[in-house]
Design a binder for this molecule. Sequence first.
Ligand code: AKG
Length: 299
Amino acid sequence: MSSPTELGFLPIESCRVDRAVFRNPEQQAEFDRKGYVVMPLLSLGQVDQLVSGYDSIAESLGGASRPEDYNDTYAEFSIIHSRPEFRRQAFDLITSVLGPEAQKVLVDYRPLIANFVNKLPGTGVVPTHQNLSVVDESQYASVSVWVALVDCVLDNGAMSLLEGSHRSLRSRRGMWAYQAFGGIEQGIIDELLTRVEVPAGHAVILDDALVHYSPPNQTDHRRLAIQLVMAPQEVKTLWHQQIGTNEDGLDVQVWEIDERFFFEFWHGDGDDRYGQKVDRITVPSVSLAIEDLQELLGS
Ligand SMILES: O=C(O)CCC(=O)C(=O)O
């Protein structure tokens, strides 16, 4: 059996995060155990503000994304697919509405990446993955504050989460990270996942290292949500850019970046005016077997 390091993950002794995430100790304990907490976070008025803001920014720019930048098998993540001007305005809108509410529950976290996640009818799978790693995960947890802007149920693509996976699957992840789970049949992973259905305005606040998945939207209405990636105020935020391969795996440039890095961000390359190169590392290129995943979860 391969070790966590050979599979691209931190050794288990480096997976302990002591820095508090939640102000409320019960929420902190739940987050430590499961890797996420579900709670009501936005009022329906705030939800309306975000939905109408999304529509009016998109309308003013001729659509959130250009058709050639978005393959609708997958959900439309504005930070990857949308026009740069859409992202700037989306960042301002999401941080102005959600930021203050998130601050009330999190211990000194700051916004880094703001995303609208849109699943048009009949589209929008989000394959099993972990989010980008944007902090040193051996010491800190970045979180995604994901909020439903419509009621989210299985039929329109609610998220499913692999409880506890954040405790041992900590690592450095860039755009390649989706590949780690692509070799395991979805039906097998599904048996390990917990589905979380939530009404509009409810948040799922998850550790970005948590494994999760969401199926396509099979209804006639779009399924819109937001994701605000937040990092502890005091830590440097990172971007891992794959620049090639070598005999040991992926050749990865490590950047220290701020939120502006992602406004002009295409295919894994960000805006270098807002980042500096701080390291160059090799990361194993791994496609896990179910036995590897079970071993990692059990370790
Ligand atoms: O909105 C979804 O269904 C999935 C979102 C997601 O994967 C994420 O925010 O990391």
